[in-house]
Design a protein around this ligand. Structure first.
Ligand code: T3P
Length: 124
């Protein structure tokens, strides 16, 4: 259980950067955050907001996750995101991504005694 929240931090949190024009962002970050080991993770979203803001999404009303579980929550406000999607030409181990810079509400799944995000479900 404990490792899942660290996995969320590694895969989805990037409060330091807020770029809107760096075409290399996804190529660099997907590798730096260990999502290009074994396979190229096909889709991944980074959140450019402070941890407190993202953790607080777990306090919003419960909604149903894509997998049918009831522990998802939607941010009331749009957040700054970079969405990374693998390109058609991408071939492991040379994982290649296209970056989209978005400001959207996020849906995350939360778990734990300290109830925090463990999975990125979608943006809307
Ligand atoms: P994780 O559960 O580790 O957060 O859905 C499969 C994975 O893709 C899942 O990883 C979440 C991730 N994902 C995004 O990061 N952004 C998206 O918009 C979608 C649909 C999935």
């Amino acid at each position: 259980r404990f490792w899942r929240l660290h996995k969320f931090q590694r895969q989805h949190m990037d409060p330091e950067h807020l770029t809107t024009n760096n075409t290399q962002y996804c190529n660099l970050m997907m590798k730096a955050r260990n999502m290009t080991k074994g396979i190229c993770k096909p889709v991944n979203t980074f959140i450019h907001e402070p941890k407190e803001i993202v953790d607080a999404v777990c306090q919003e009303a419960n909604i149903t996750c894509k997998n049918g579980q009831p522990n998802c929550h939607q941010s009331s406000l749009p957040l700054n995101l970079t969405h990374c999607r693998q390109t058609g030409a991408s071939k492991y181990p040379n994982c290649q991504y296209r970056a989209s810079y978005l400001t959207k509400q996020i849906i995350v799944a939360c778990e734990g005694k300290v109830y925090v995000p463990v999975h990125f479900d979608a943006y809307v």
